[in-house]
Design a protein around this ligand. Structure first.
Ligand code: C2O
Ligand code: CU
Ligand code: CU
Length: 468
């Protein structure tokens, strides 16, 4: 097992192929987290520029410099992360997408007591699935995520699929004023509607960065939307490539290559893994874009460097199949779950984890009464080992990326579109859409279940599913 000290200087942060060799990882500092790894949540003392604004004040991070590191794990190996809270408020850290024991899930009051200032909580788990995941606070979530606490988490396959380079891409907006201080991170108006979007779009906390990729090499893009609100609509030029994983899991039904007329919607909390072959000649650029309103905007660039290595997509080993119990659709019980508005209320009791001050949203017509309220019942109770179909209905005109902790499901059908039936922990519901998803309740515990537009989550669109 390896233990690498974080490498946080600027040179490493934008480490290109030349610095690493082409087997390398490009884009973000990485932390190998197989053995006990300290992770400090702290206020940043050094200035950090975002979107050309020189000294972004008030940011919070897991390191003194740079964005949150990519945590890398080996599948099926025990890992421990000692989270020390250096903030003057409570926190907890959640490992989004990992199917681990409930006590390690990081949800205040539901699975643990929030971590106080200067306290350390040791998260110990064995990640069962290889894939692209992420981590973020679940206490004072709105504020701490808006201030920068959203990191990527990678669980490696047992055998390397054979890429020449890998690019972890953390998409996140910030809400900044001209002087680099943070704007209020939510608005009541936004929370009651589609959410409040940021004004400084970043990729690994930089504006339209460019990364070197090996000419003719096989590149794995791991793209994560860690934003609080924005649904990215991603597309690439016609390149030789394919989508190999969605929301952490290898695809079983193919997903079309995203183009400008049919981009891939990546909602808050969602991830996509793309395998592509870099152009065959040197100094060629490939741009990944998103649509903002209907306008294409560049997110980041990749530029080929080095003598062509002439790889072929067919040389990649397929990602190992997911080890998950198929739901038994014949015996599956159907549970109806509605997401919609609630009568406007004055908020909830989140105990030590921040009172948002409003309720606008509900699940099954009741707004979440707050993290810290005792005897709050689950949205539904499922029997351990049994199969279920959750019929998820959006009774509002707004988009809701619905996320379930600790378990995965796959869509069966929608009343509006055809959906590939790939395993996921998050599903985006469109206006008035009903999506049926199937799952087996194979992980016992109380699992948080909420919209990943954080303003919705924190104003009522939250709850938990109990597996007993
Ligand atoms: Cu990223 Cu409760 O989740
Ligand atoms: Cu989660
Ligand atoms: Cu929502």
């Amino acid at each position: 097992m390896t233990f690498e000290k974080p490498k946080m200087n600027r040179r490493n942060f934008v480490m290109g192929a030349s610095a690493l060799g082409f087997g390398g990882l490009i884009g973000l500092p990485q932390l190998r987290a197989n053995t006990a790894q300290p992770l400090a949540v702290q206020t940043r003392n050094t200035a950090f520029s975002i979107g050309g604004r020189p000294a972004t004040k008030g940011l919070v991070s897991f390191t003194e410099n740079g964005p949150p590191p990519v945590l890398r794990f080996k599948r099926n190996q025990r890992a421990r992360i000692d989270v020390t809270n250096g903030l003057e408020e409570y926190t907890s850290i959640h490992w989004h997408g990992l199917r681990i024991a409930n006590e390690m899930d990081g949800v205040p009051y539901l699975t643990q007591f929030p971590i106080a200032q200067d306290e350390t909580f040791s998260y110990e788990f064995t990640p069962p699935d290889a894939g692209t995941f992420w981590y973020h606070p679940h206490c004072n979530t709105m504020e701490q995520m808006a201030h920068g606490l959203t990191g990527m988490l990678i669980v490696e396959e047992d055998t390397d699929p054979g890429f020449d380079a890998e690019l972890p891409i953390n998409l996140k907006d910030f809400r900044l004023q001209d002087d680099g201080t943070l704007l209020p991170y939510f608005t009541a108006r936004g929370a009651a509607r589609g959410g409040t979007e940021g004004n400084a779009r970043t990729v690994n906390w930089e504006t339209t960065p460019e990364y070197q990729i090996p000419t003719g090499g096989l590149v794995r893009l791991r793209i994560v939307n860690t934003d609080l609100t924005r649904v990215y609509k991603i597309f690439l030029p016609e390149t030789e490539g394919k989508i190999i994983a969605w929301n952490g899991n290898p695809v079983r039904n193919a997903i079309d290559w995203p183009t400008q007329s049919a981009p891939l919607w990546l909602a808050p909390g969602e991830r996509v893994d793309i395998a592509m072959r870099a152009p065959q000649s040197e100094d060629q650029s490939v741009v990944v874009q998103t649509l903002i309103a209907k306008r294409p905007e560049p997110l980041f660039y990749m530029r080929t460097a080095g003598t062509p290595i002439k790889r072929d997509l067919a040389e990649l080993k397929p990602l190992p199949a997911l080890e998950v119990d198929e739901p038994d659709l014949k015996t599956a019980e159907v549970k109806d779950i509605l997401f919609g508005w609630s009568p406007e209320g004055t908020g909830s009791n989140n105990g030590l984890c921040g009172d948002f001050g409003y309720t606008f949203w509900s699940i099954n017509r009741s707004p979440w009464p707050g993290d810290a309220i005792e005897n709050t019942g689950p949205v539904v109770e499922l029997s351990h080992g049994k199969s279920y179909i959750l019929r998820l209905t959006n009774k509002s005109p707004n988009l809701h990326p619905i996320h379930l902790h600790g378990l995965i499901f796959r869509p069966l059908r929608s009343n509006q579109r055809s959906l590939p039936s790939n395993w996921t922990d998050t599903i985006l519901l469109l206006k008035d859409e009903t999506v049926e998803v199937a799952m087996r309740a194979d992980n016992p515990g109380n699992w948080a279940f909420h919209c990943h537009v954080i303003e919705h989550q924190k104003s009522g669109l939250s709850g938990y599913i109990s597996v007993v």
